[in-house]
Design a protein around this ligand. Sequence first.
Ligand code: ATP
Ligand code: MG
Length: 224
Amino acid sequence: MNQWRRIMPGVFENLPLSGCLNSGSESNADEPTLLEKLSLIPFHTKKTHSFDAWKHKGKETWWQEIMEYADGAYNHPFITLLGGVGTGKTRLAWTIAWAWLNKGWSVLYYQVEELLDALREGYSRWEKGDAEGYHVVLRHAQNTKLLILDDFGAEHGTLWAKAKLDQIVDYRYVHQKPLIATTNLTLEQLSERIADRLSEGTLIQLMGESFRINKGKSIPKARK
Ligand SMILES: Nc1ncnc2c1ncn2[C@@H]1O[C@H](COP(=O)(O)OP(=O)(O)OP(=O)(O)O)[C@@H](O)[C@H]1O
Ligand SMILES: [Mg+2]
């Protein structure tokens, strides 16, 4: 297990480790499989985030295209979900992810800032002589079957961060590997090189008010 922690830094932290890496992986519906753990998608959403549970299902113009993507059929491997806060971007990405995971396909989910943190951490260890962690995070992001990068534009845009994101998006673009990107911004507000690649794929605008406000009907008052 320590070896896995070392070569996949951050992947196994805070997860219920039921020994599935050491023993044979008996499947148990209440415990995440190795594939599910490696996806970094919160396991509790496996039950809640289905297309059946999606409010307004079937009414959106993009519904059919997303259903096909969730089934692994697409014209272009890139999908970008745009929209204001709470409009369902992360939920839709996770719902697609569960469809892929349920087929046994690998998925990796990161908020962009978290991916950069993982790369930075690995990079600083590399400078101290441990090159493995950095490369594992990078290769995992480049090569997983589906990569989800959430909240583009919220990251701290140092030159190094921009270069890393560009490297990953470009790798997946060149190798035609599926990528779901989400952002609160418009494509024009993102880095030009990344926006240019994303705009070649499918762009989906999620509309309406935040589901978070709708869920509670109104914003609750803070306790004083
Ligand atoms: N179509 C939907 N049906 C049911 N619940 C939804 C739907 N869309 C969003 N939600 C719920 O609303 C909340 C906000 O959705 P989500 O986190 O996906 O929004 P977001 O667009 O990613 O927001 P942000 O930009 O703040 O990250 C979540 O609890 C999510 O499960
Ligand atoms: Mg979100």
